[in-house]
Design a protein around this ligand. Structure first.
Ligand code: ZN
Length: 310
């Protein structure tokens, strides 16, 4: 009997394993994006271009349609302001993949892919940052891995959701949210048709005492209903703030409800030691499963109404 039960469930288990967030794939993405040969994905660098190509390839493989202004890309010029450098204006790009479910409204999932490069663009906490590789495994290869895993889930789960999805990897976040700001000023999809925006920035250092922080709880009166009875393998807490710290702030400024996932600061933050082997990929997979539950609950509701956080 037990054997029969197993056989009946076997195809389901096989199928489910393919779409559910996997620690193994998270590790692969982070190991690639935050390896030394990516030299910290600095804005304007050759390695930034490599990261863009990697994300484009993944989007294509999953069957997302291009939603940039040049295929998947939305190129823009970024400016280094925190330090004085001769090449202060640098090329960057956002990478945008669209899952068209023929729905009236769209959910935006975002994560920035850039980091501090070789320490020549400011905001490093290292005493002598210049020439050191700032790998940015947690900040924010972890978020990009999350973005790719969510894209994988919603494209492979053989269900047509009642919302479309726009997946965006932002450039030049570390220079002051420049990619997300460029997007909201030059949107490739009408901003009034966005259900909400979910941002991931540093989700790889889960600490079971703290739990994962979820910001943006005050940005729509509907969030309490979305969170009702939701539990996961990871502990979490909510915070009402809709702006501050990362790309969701650009969407909040345009009166779009947001959620922001973050596992907290640490000693390696913005230093050359934010390395891939320090990631907790199992917990990150748990965080992504929690996000999926919340997104699925939010898809039961009509378009969310924005609330300003006082
Ligand atoms: Zn970041």
């Amino acid at each position: 009997m037990k054997y029969l039960f197993f056989l009946l469930w076997f195809p389901y288990v096989l199928h489910a394993q393919n779409e559910v967030p996997s620690a193994e794939r998270i590790r692969q993405h982070v190991n690639y994006l935050a390896s030394d040969r990516m030299k910290g994905r600095g804005t304007g660098s050759r390695e930034q271009e490599k990261a863009v190509k990697y994300i484009e390839k993944q989007f294509k493989k999953m069957g997302l349609s291009p939603r940039g202004t040049d295929g998947y890309r939305q190129p823009f010029m970024a400016k280094v302001r925190r330090v004085v450098v001769p090449d202060s204006v640098r090329k960057s790009a956002n990478v945008l993949g669209f899952l068209n479910n023929q729905a009236p409204y769209t959910i935006i999932i975002g994560a920035h892919f850039d980091h501090l490069g070789m320490g020549r663009q400011g905001s490093s906490k290292a005493p002598q940052p210049e020439g050191q590789i700032h790998n940015g495994a947690d900040d924010n290869a972890s978020g990009v891995a999350g973005l790719l895993e969510l894209a994988r889930y919603f494209t492979q789960n053989s269900r047509t959701e009642p919302f479309n999805f726009l997946f965006i990897a932002f450039g030049a976040e570390e220079l002051g949210l420049q990619g997300s700001r460029y997007f909201v000023e030059n949107p490739t999809l009408a901003l009034e048709n966005i259900h909400f925006m979910l941002n991931m920035d540093m989700i790889g250092r889960y600490n079971s005492e703290r739990g994962v922080g979820i910001g943006g709880y005050g940005t729509s009166d509907a969030w309490p209903q979305v969170f009702k009875d939701v539990t996961g393998d990871v502990k979490f807490f909510t915070d009402r703030a809709g702006s501050g710290g990362s790309d969701h702030g650009s969407f909040y400024a345009k009166k779009i409800p947001v959620l922001f996932f973050h596992t907290g600061g640490h000693d390696d933050y913005h230093t050359p030691t934010d390395d891939p082997e320090k990631l907790n990929a199992e917990a990150e997979a748990g965080i992504l499963s929690l996000e999926i539950k919340l997104i699925e609950n939010a898809m039961e509701l009509p378009k969310l109404i924005f609330t300003e956080v006082k």
